[in-house]
Design a protein around this ligand. Structure first.
Ligand SMILES: NC(=O)c1ccc[n+]([C@@H]2O[C@H](COP(=O)([O-])OP(=O)(O)OC[C@H]3O[C@@H](n4cnc5c(N)ncnc54)[C@H](OP(=O)(O)O)[C@@H]3O)[C@@H](O)[C@H]2O)c1
Length: 256
């Protein structure tokens, strides 16, 4: 049974991956994972491929057992898209320790667990797609824990790609800048001292995912969408991080 597994499928970028993979591939099933079962069911009803809704909270370690139980010797995972994630803004004291740990648990630990569980069911040409961000290229004070989780994902994806090369499994890191999704409903940006003056340039999930899938199929290590994020990537290589952090702070406004 050839399948695609997509976390974060209930909204935004993950949802768009589901729709575009569904439109371009003939698979036996697409597995939709995230917490909101109603949204997953709605999406499942729109797909031409058969869908399996697996409503899971990836902050709950039992969820990985539930996921593992669905896989068997006949399963071939063609795509694993790890798109569940969130980011709180704020300095070290404005985000509770519990929320900082939740960000690390979802953006880092859940992503690694999903990947470790899935790899044994992948074959040559299978694709692992990880959501990074424009924040992977340098530290971002006041968005620090989020950016640090994404830096982990960057290094992890690059190293894993080398480990999986001999098996012919692709690993691609997706790095967009700001993307118009529900992400901003959860950033807590109005309750903190510093937040971005503007979220520009703002891009659309459809465009980010179209380019991401093209790059993943060509086995590119990195998919960067948008001129601004491409510039960030280059500057991250050329300039000291101290200077880039000054430039980032210049893009922030003081709220209180
Ligand atoms: N939007 C941006 O500007 C942007 C830029 C760069 C990178 N990214 C990254 O792209 C990825 C997708 O974000 P998005 O922009 O599409 O935001 P989004 O619309 O808020 O989607 C986040 C997804 O994560 C799922 N999720 C949240 N908590 C979860 C949990 N505990 N267990 C399982 N799933 C959970 C949500 O589903 P449920 O609520 O149903 O669980 C939702 O489907 C994230 O990793 C984000 O960091 C976003």
């Amino acid at each position: 049974m050839r399948i695609a597994v997509i976390t974060g499928a209930s909204s935004g970028i993950g949802r768009e991956f589901v729709k575009q993979i569904d439109a371009s591939e003939k698979l036996d099933e697409i597995w939709l994972i995230s917490r909101r079962e109603d949204k997953l069911n709605q999406l499942a009803a729109e797909l031409k491929n058969k869908a399996r809704v697996i409503a899971l909270d990836l902050l709950d370690s039992h969820s990985f057992e539930v996921y593992k139980e669905q896989l068997n010797d006949n399963t071939e995972v063609r795509y694993l898209v790890n798109a569940s994630g969130f980011g709180y803004m704020g300095d070290w004291s404005e985000i509770s320790n519990e929320d900082q740990m939740r960000m690390i648990d979802l953006n880092v630990k859940a992503l690694v667990s999903m990947t470790n569980i899935t790899i044994p069911y992948m074959k040559k040409g299978s694709m692992i797609i990880h959501m990074g961000s424009g924040s992977v290229f340098n530290p971002l004070p006041y968005f620090n824990i989020y950016a640090s989780t994404k830096s982990f994902v960057r290094h992890y994806s690059r190293g894993l790609r080398e480990e999986l090369k001999s098996l012919g499994i692709h690993v691609t890191l997706i790095c967009p800048g700001w993307v118009r999704t529900e992400f901003f409903d959860h950033t807590n940006s109005s309750n903190v001292r510093y937040s971005p003056k503007k979220y520009t340039p703002m891009t659309e999930p459809h465009d980010v995912v179209r380019v991401a899938l093209k790059h993943a199929k060509r086995n590119k290590p990195l998919s960067i969408y948008g001129w601004f994020t491409k510039l960030q990537h280059v500057l991250g290589k050329l300039l000291p991080h101290s200077l880039i952090m000054c430039m980032w702070k210049g893009m922030l406004k003081e709220n209180k």
